[in-house]
Design a protein around this ligand. Structure first.
Ligand SMILES: [Fe+2]
Length: 288
């Protein structure tokens, strides 16, 4: 038995969302959904998430899991919205608790707290297995980019979030709180130990040199030609990653993303005037 993979590309944030279908039972899982957000106007858009729901309905599919590979820092997850619409449980890596703890003071206004897992139905440890029709979703903890990063292995497909990019794009930054290039190196080794023909599905493709969009590669190809890790020592990789990260700006949607995604996509609670707010904590440039 195998599964089919349908990708949905959210161009404004450059994010790939996946809808994986187990055909025998017409079961489906959604991985890394997107809620549209225009930071200049504060306007939310449900159009992209509604496309996923429309596809499920048109194909007569039974959604069984709403999954995120990690708390993204560059777009808002639609997990909470999809859960509200379908009642289907949401899940993320159990490392999310560390990120929530790190940011709960900064985003004190969010107000979710209290829930079973502060916004998520299920937190997933390494090795967890989720039932998925006649298939299963195997959870591989792949921290490094963020502490909560997991990859989802479904049949001969692995959905890696930002643990790997396409071979000509390398790997993701590790400078968010709890990120660690040496830890990411070991997570990439874990992905590269999967069978060579396994298809790797990425969450972003930055299309180096203007090439066309590509969302998948194989374990064999990634091992052979990923520009950051193939034929490179761990120490050289860590040095490269850390020096690149020191030059990168904060993602445009960093604070909006974190204060929504860390709590499963639930929006911050309404304030006394009945309005919800996304907040940006101010800081002063250090003069060392
Ligand atoms: Fe990410």
């Amino acid at each position: 038995m195998n599964v089919t993979v349908k990708s949905f590309y959210h161009a404004p944030s450059g994010t790939a969302s996946y809808l994986v279908v187990e055909p025998a039972t017409k079961s489906a899982v959604i991985i890394d959904s997107v809620l549209g957000f225009d930071v200049a106007s504060g306007e939310l858009s449900y159009t992209f998430a509604d496309e996923l729901l429309a596809y499920l309905q048109a194909q007569d599919l039974n959604l069984v899991w709403i999954l995120d590979t990690h708390a993204h820092a560059d777009h808002l997850t639609a997990a909470h919205y999809l859960h509200q619409k379908t009642g289907v449980p949401t899940a993320i890596g159990s490392g999310i608790a560390k990120s929530q703890a790190h940011f709960e003071t900064t985003f004190y206004h969010h107000g979710v707290g209290g829930g079973k897992h502060a916004g998520f139905d299920i937190l997933l440890d390494d090795g967890a297995v989720l039932p998925f029709g006649e298939e299963s979703v195997q959870v591989l903890a792949t921290p490094g980019h963020t502490p909560d990063s997991v990859s989802y292995l479904i049949g001969a497909n692995v959905f890696v979030g930002d643990t790997l990019f396409m071979p000509d794009a390398g790997t993701a930054r590790c400078d968010f709180p709890g990120g660690d290039a040496a830890v990411l190196w070991h997570s990439i080794e874990k992905i590269h130990r999967l069978p060579a023909a396994t298809t790797i599905w990425v969450c972003h493709d930055y299309q180096p040199n203007g090439r066309e969009l590509k969302l998948n590669t194989t374990v064999a190809e990634s091992k052979r030609s990923n520009i950051h890790v193939a034929h490179v020592s761990k120490q050289d990789y860590v040095n490269l990653r850390n020096s690149r990260d020191s030059t990168l700006n904060a993602p445009a949607l960093l604070y909006p993303s974190l204060q929504v995604n860390l709590w499963g996509g639930a929006l911050p609670q309404k304030e006394q005037n009945g309005q919800r707010y996304i907040k940006i904590p101010l800081s002063q440039q250090r003069k060392d």
